[in-house]
Design a protein around this ligand. Structure first.
Ligand code: C2E
Ligand code: MG
Ligand code: MG
Length: 602
């Protein structure tokens, strides 16, 4: 056994009789030497352990501390020996805690737990403390022995982990988990106090456009700025959380009246709509907000969030940049959406889709020169569902990619079949979703499909909307150029309803503009619409683009379009979208009886 180092505490107590050690050091007996060796061993342990150790007498006057105690607290033996334990601020806890702790120590003989200690430099720290007593023959406490370790680093690490788990890394706002917890508490509290709670779902309008056009870094900074603005408008008691992407959820836990939520929503919309400069870009963004109220709309946290979400969706439909309170009709719509979404997931594999085709007529000759493929979903439970009810949902959940590919494949297959039957060669127009248009390998996919069916690329026309192209104009132009180079035809659908940027239009290698049916509808009664339509036709002529008017329903509309020398028309006046069999017959009859299928254009 190596030599035991001397402790700087010269007078360790003899635990059994409270007399100094040196009073027995001269005794010669083996028993005494053994005892001395043991005491030295204990002294060594006392000096070398990492835990702080403190010994007081029964009156809590400090007798000994070990070196680790000094290291942890900064107090030396000189600072403390002979003084009362209170000096160490073990009274940081409240009276009830102290009372309970000392009662347990005195009655049971020990206690342990986490407490807050205070160092000599007045800094607080977390310690894990065990206190035990040594009693004399009369059962009175002779000594208190405290052993503790500094756990502040471990506590800090635990707190960091807890913070990360409950907060959003980008904005430092509470995340969905913490919001859920606070919402549960708010509902409990409001239930007792007869208060209301508001939940607001806030979604930025067209945030994707900014991400696509200016990059994710700018998008992230914009989200941080929005987070700051929302926090500035909110009260300290509110919880502003980020759910992910550009979605925020705000909890207003103590609402007196429903109108208060409306006031805050209006303030939020205003605060967010002020332009901000990020990396030299002036960005204007708006937001749509949905609000649900406890207890009016629902009494559990999941419902309230779901309903606020449904209301937000409604605000988007209502033109964005506004707020909406949840109503029961919205719930119905939300339920219907969910039901459609569920069924949509199996629609492809169950072969529930088919295409109908609507003829496109050339005005000059009155002949059908093309058809537009329009998707139909025949669900066994619901019956025929039109694209207006499910395309947006498929775009949101990504199903539009496989569905869109199926449409392209089926449309090409059908056109090839008609050609094989010797029917007149027509162009097949297929609608493309913005989401499909952003697919990386879109050009390759089209090439593969055309190749698979041996179809000439000029037999396929892709209808894209202005929005799809404008989302990421440079990349779009590159893709359009690639598609054009393959020999495909390109048209801009619903023209006039989107960005309609003429400068871009000049740069897009497109063949045709499709005037949106909302303008065509009123050309004979609304002079504004008449002017718009004739302007589009003239502009198209200047840019050497073809122009087709969609939604033509009456002879009057048709004669107006003829006067304006519109190239092509499509609409119920000629045909509704038809099954492939009917189109085949229409094309075949014309073919057999030579130009019988030409429309007589008055
Ligand atoms: P769209 O491309 O503008 O198609 C024209 C819509 O107007 C079609 O509605 C058509 O049935 C309807 N229509 C045609 N003529 C008339 C008329 O004279 N009067 C009126 N009131 N309506 C007329 P549908 O088939 O319900 O399609 C709606 C929209 O759904 C389409 O608008 C298109 O944006 C989208 N869509 C259809 N099929 C597909 C598809 O396969 N993929 C994608 N991504 N979208 C599709
Ligand atoms: Mg279309
Ligand atoms: Mg259209």
């Amino acid at each position: 056994m190596q030599d035991l180092p001397n402790s700087d505490q010269k007078n360790y107590p003899d635990a059994s009789n409270n007399k100094p050690i040196h009073s027995v050091s001269e005794q010669e007996s083996n028993g005494v030497r053994e005892k001395e060796r043991q005491l030295r061993l204990f002294a060594h342990i006392f000096d070398s352990v990492n835990e702080g150790i403190i010994v007081t007498d029964g009156g809590k006057n400090m007798l000994f501390i070990n070196p680790a105690f000094s290291t942890i607290t900064g107090y030396s033996a000189n600072d403390l020996i002979g003084k009362n334990l209170n000096l160490l601020h073990l009274d940081l806890m409240d009276d009830a805690f102290n009372h309970e702790t000392w009662r347990s120590i005195n009655e049971i003989g020990s206690w342990q737990g986490e407490v807050v200690g205070r160092r000599k430099n007045n800094e607080n720290y977390a310690e894990f403390l065990s206190i035990s007593t040594m009693k004399n023959e009369l059962g009175e406490v002779s000594y208190y022995v405290g052993v503790f370790s500094d756990i502040s680093e471990r506590k800090a690490a635990e707190e960091r982990v807890a913070y990360v788990v409950l907060h959003d890394f980008l904005t430092n706002l509470p995340n969905a988990l913490l919001l859920q917890d606070r919402l549960v508490q708010a509902i409990c509290h409001a239930g007792r106090e007869n208060h209301k709670v508001a939940v607001m779902c806030l979604d930025l309008d067209h945030f994707k456009v900014i991400n696509d056009m200016l990059g994710h870094l700018v998008g992230d900074k914009l989200l941080q700025e929005v987070a700051r603005r929302i926090s500035n408008v909110s009260r300290v008691s509110d919880t502003v959380s980020r759910r992910g992407g550009d979605e925020f959820v705000i909890l207003l836990p103590d609402l007196e009246a429903v109108d208060d939520a409306a006031v805050i929503a209006a303030k939020l919309i205003n605060a967010i709509s002020h332009p901000c400069i990020i990396d030299g870009n002036e960005i204007k963004i708006t937001t749509s907000i949905g609000i649900s109220i406890f207890p009016e709309d629902g009494c559990d946290e999941d419902c309230l969030i779901k309903y606020a979400d449904a209301a937000m969706y409604h605000a988007k439909k209502n033109g964005r940049n506004n707020y909406q309170f949840f109503t029961n009709e919205m719930n119905q719509l939300a339920l219907e959406r969910m039901s459609i979404e569920r069924k949509l997931r199996h629609a492809l594999e169950r072969q529930e889709f088919c295409l109908h085709y609507q003829p496109q007529v050339e005005l000059r000759s009155g002949r059908i020169i093309g058809v537009e493929a329009l998707l139909r979903w025949n669900n066994p439970e619901t019956g025929m569902i039109l694209p207006g009810r499910f395309i947006a949902i498929a775009e949101e959940n990504g199903l539009i990619i496989p569905i869109g590919e199926w449409v392209l494949r089926e449309a090409c297959r059908q056109n090839r079949e008609w050609r094989m039957l010797g029917l007149p060669e027509i162009t097949m127009a297929v609608n493309l979703s913005t989401v499909q248009f952003r697919q990386n390998d879109f050009g390759e996919m089209i090439k593969a499909i055309l190749c698979e069916y041996g179809l000439d690329p000029s037999a396929l026309e892709l209808e894209i909307t202005e929005g799809a192209v404008m989302h990421n104009a440079e990349a779009s132009i590159a893709l359009l150029v690639e598609l054009k180079a393959m020999g495909l035809k390109l048209s801009v659908d619903d023209f006039g309803t989107g960005y309609s940027s003429l400068s871009y239009l000049k740069r897009f290698p497109i063949d045709k503009l499709k005037i949106d049916q909302s303008f065509v509808r009123d050309i004979v009664v609304d002079s504004d619409d008449a002017v718009i339509v004739s302007t589009i036709i003239n502009m198209a002529r200047t840019l050497k683009l073809k122009v087709i008017a969609e939604g033509v329903e009456t002879a009057e509309q048709l004669s107006f379009l003829k006067r304006q020398e519109c190239d092509e028309v499509q609409g119920y006046y000629f045909n509704k979208p038809m099954t492939p069999e009917k189109i085949s017959k229409l094309l075949a009859s014309g073919h057999e009886e030579d130009s019988q299928w030409s429309y007589e254009l008055r």
